[in-house]
Design a protein around this ligand. Structure first.
Ligand code: FE
Length: 346
């Protein structure tokens, strides 16, 4: 029962797969269907897969899970039915690569569309969308002239008791701290993290949106969160007011630019339907899919020249930090150590 899945995942699987997994897999292999393991929610990726199927006749089956997909790929080994894995954050892409469940792939279409900074050197993973980790500031209590212009400034005592963030060990926060280490070295990064910790209004808790809610409720004045949650909150009846209480700020790190991360895809080591999986990868690197994907989640397309959604444009222009994501990945474990050392979550 390789395709034993959550209800949510089951909803996006074909009826045959649910009914008779083993047989369906065999059939999938024969038909050249592409099987995707996804940490990304189905509604974000399904529209592109549907378009791909319409254009090529190749069916795409998605298994969605919140966690454990890399472990599952390891367990399944060469017998895994999965061709592709979809996830967010350089950390998780790097985990898949380091876990040995991916294989390198390089085609002219992929390497010409996706900039080198946003793919693993040998092609073990490719970025598909870009997100910025920004600051949300209270409209009522933080005049734009006082909003932080740098991440470094978040450690300034002027923000004492005014900042909310999620857990320091969450992949998003780890990446930001890792970028701080890559830019400034461990010693300065530790000082920064201690300063940020000292400025927190409360113990780290909740997700990125919960911090904006806390601003709305007056618990803090600024928070750190990914850019696309602004759009997501505006589209949510309950969270609309949270988003309305803040405005987005794009700080720079080391004077370079705003800290960015990616979502991406990797070809699995087993990939029974490699050819069609690569076809799908190339499709997703194309302008149409790039625009669809970025719009669906209020992210930034990774391929140059693909337009941003109106709402994302309205949040403002920014320069992205030019730091290589491989360097962020390389400093992740050092970042986690720092988070624990300064007792960030205590
Ligand atoms: Fe997220």
């Amino acid at each position: 029962m390789r395709f034993q899945t959550s209800l949510l995942a089951a909803a996006s699987l074909s009826a045959t797969l649910i009914g008779a997994p083993a047989m369906a897999e065999e059939q999938a292999a024969l038909n050249g269907e592409v099987n995707v393991y996804s940490y990304r929610q189905p509604f974000l990726i399904q529209p592109m897969f549907d378009t791909f199927t319409r254009e090529t006749g190749v069916k795409v089956n998605v298994v969605f899970a919140n966690k454990g997909l890399v472990e599952r790929l390891k367990q399944e080994g060469v017998n895994s039915p999965a061709d592709l894995i979809f996830t967010v954050d350089i950390g998780r892409l790097d985990d898949a690569y380091a876990g040995g469940v991916t294989q390198p792939v390089s085609t002219p279409v992929l390497t010409s569309a996706i900039p080198q900074d946003f793919r693993q050197n040998d092609g073990h993973w490719y970025g598909l969308t870009q997100r910025a980790r920004i600051v949300y500031a209270s409209k009522d209590r933080v005049p734009p002239s006082e909003a932080p212009k740098t991440y470094e400034e978040l450690a300034d005592p002027k923000w004492k008791g005014r900042i909310c963030t999620r857990s320091g060990t969450h992949v998003y926060q780890v990446a930001l701290t890792a970028a701080m280490i890559a830019h400034h070295g461990e010693e300065k990064a530790e000082e920064w993290l201690r300063g940020l910790k000292a400025n927190l209004a409360r113990k780290p808790q909740g997700n990125d949106r919960a911090q904006v809610k806390a601003i709305k409720e007056g618990e803090c004045d600024i928070s750190i969160g990914n850019n696309y949650y602004f759009g997501a909150m505006l589209q949510n009846e309950e969270q609309f007011e949270w988003a309305q209480s803040v405005y987005p700020v794009f700080p720079t790190i080391a004077g370079e630019g705003t800290h960015v991360n990616i979502s991406g895809m990797a070809l699995t080591r087993s990939a029974p339907n490699r050819d069609n999986a690569v076809k799908l990868m190339e499709f997703l690197a194309g302008d149409l899919a790039q625009q669809m994907y970025a719009e669906q989640n209020f992210e930034y397309p990774i391929v140059a020249g693909v337009p941003r959604s109106g709402l994302v444009r309205s949040m403002g222009e920014f320069e992205a930090d030019t730091l290589d994501l491989d360097e962020v990945a390389a400093n992740r474990s050092a970042a986690v150590k720092l988070v624990n050392k300064v007792g960030y979550n205590d």
